[in-house]
Write a protein that binds this ligand. Sequence first.
Ligand SMILES: *Cc1c(COP(=O)(O)O)cnc(C)c1O
Length: 226
Amino acid sequence: MNVKDNLISIQKEINDACNRVNRDPALVQIIAVTKYVSMETTERALDAGLIHIGENRAEGALQKWEALHERGIWHFIGSMQTRKVKKIIGKYEYLHSLDRISLAKEVDKRLEEGQVMKCFLQVNVSGEESKSGLSPEEVIPFIKELSIFKGIQVIGLMTMAPFFDNAEMTRPVFRKLRKLRDSIMVMKLSHAPCTELSMGMSNDYTVAIEEGATFIRLGSALVGRE
Ligand SMILES: *Cc1c(COP(=O)(O)O)cnc(C)c1O
């Protein structure tokens, strides 16, 4: 796998998708998901100019951060066990999987005075049992409850669409997340600006971009699997 070549073709797909819907490609950020690859490949991703790195398990997350943290911006994208929060706090800047008050409480508690965690609320739009996240109906009441935690900044919503052979089938999922995001954004809550949408993976990112994704999370198509 040559990360640089992959990135060139992905960037073209991103530009094409943006052109189709009149979006500025500069507003779509790529998170290189390195959970399946080595430290060396993660370095290749950074060498190729990628800066956002995503990991989904606390152990791998910590190892990569320790070796390479000065070169990247770090996103925790997997489900987070409350007892592992302390491992990544102050290191990972973004948490894509906030889905319960107990987790918010622990993150807030572990942060130092004045620090904030940029959080996405994970939403299970499709209702698949195998996926975690809040149901769409739970999101707004949950956001209201988060206002007591000074360190939690809700910057957006995140979802994983079900896998379909035809990516077009994911569109209603992404569209629903965007509409929910829009309805929160207009509330202008200081702890929840909610301007971002973390959605789209290797198989469905072009559809996600057409539907408004601001962060796409790419693993296999970008850095491969080892
Ligand atoms: C693994 C993973 C990805 C990347 O998956 P690919 O299909 O390999 O692009 C994106 N988001 C989350 C939450 C993941 O766990």
